[in-house]
Design a protein around this ligand. Sequence first.
Ligand code: MRU
Length: 356
Amino acid sequence: MTNPINVIESVSLDDRNDTLVLLDQTVLPNKKEFLNLTEVEQVWDAIYNLKVRGAPAIGIAAAFGVYLATKQSTAETFDALYDDFRKHKDYLATSRPTAVNLFWALDRMERRLHAESASSVASIKLALKEEADLIKKEDQEVCEAIGEHALTLLKPGWGLLTHCNAGTIATAKYGTALAPIYLGQERGYDFKVFADETRPLLQGARLTTWELNEAGVDVTLIADNMASIVMKENKVQAVLVGCDRVAANGDTANKIGTSGVAILAKYHGVPFYVCAPLSTIDLQSKTGDDIEIELRPQEEITSKWYSEPMAPAGVKAYNPAFDVTDHELITGIVTEKGIAYPPYRDSLAKLFHKED
Ligand code: MRU
C-alpha cells in the first residue's frame, strides 16, 4: 500500500520555473490535480477559494507566493524592493482572516527581508527563498513532534474523532491532529477514526477520509450531527482537532462545528485535545473575542455541493467558517514543545520560552 505521508506534497516551489505548485484540494477526492501558479493574484485566489487550505499550508503557500512575486520585481534598491514586497504582502494578507499562520508567515518573511537590508537585491531575493523553504521544512518537523506528544495521550485500539481536515495536506507533512494517527498507524496502534463530514465544505468527508484511507487507517465517515451518538455508544475515547488560531487564554478558533463537538465531548466525558503548532498560537489575541471569524458566501450552504439547490432560492443563509471553542472545554493543547494544560494563559506563554 502507498503511504501518502511520503508522497503527498500539497504545497511546493518550482523555483526554476517561478511557479508555486499546489494540490487542488477543491477537486479531491475525485481528482488529484496540481495547479501551477505564477502570479500573486492566482495565489490569493487559491487561498481564498481553499485550493490550498489548513492553517500551516496557507502560511507556507503565502510565504512562497510573496517570495515569487518579489522575485519578479525589477527594483534595484532595497527601498524599492521593500515597497514591492509590502504591496504583495499586504495583498496576500487579505485572502483569509482567521488562520494566524497566514500573517505569521508573511511577517516572518518581512523580518528576513529587513535582516538582509544591507545585501544586494539579488541576495535578498535568495534569502526570501531560503526563509520560505525554512518555513516549510520547520512545519514538517513541528508536525512530527506534535504527533509524538499527542501519541502519549492515546492508547492502542482507541476510537478517535476528528473534525475538518488537520492532516498531511493541510501542512507540510503529517498534519497536526492527524499526526499521532499516522505515527500510531506505523506503530500498530490500530486506531478507529471517526471523521465528521464538516458541513458546509466537507473537508472531513472529502479530505480526511481520503488521506486516512490511502494510508490504510480504519476511518469511518459520519455526518456532523452523529458525533453525539458515537460518543454515547462509547466508540470514541478522545477527540483530536487542529486549529486556526489559539488565543492567549486557550480559546481556540477552528472549523465551524468544532465548539459543538467540544461541548458534546465534555458532556460525554471524552477528552478533547487541540493540536497546535506554536505558529498558530497568537498571544496578541487575548481571548477568542479578539479572533476575526471569516464569513463566506451563502451558496456554500445552499447549493455548492448539490446538483440542484437544497434551499429555496433567495433564502437567507449565515456562513461563518470558524467558531471559537472556549478554553474551559479543552483538555489539553498539544504543541511541538509539549502539552499545555489549564490554566492556558500560563502554560501557553511558558512554551514559547521552552528550550527544545
Ligand atoms: O477552512 P479550512 O479548510 O482552511 O479550515 C481548516 C481547519 O479548520 C483546520 O482544522 C485548521 O486549519 C488546522 S490544519 C492543520
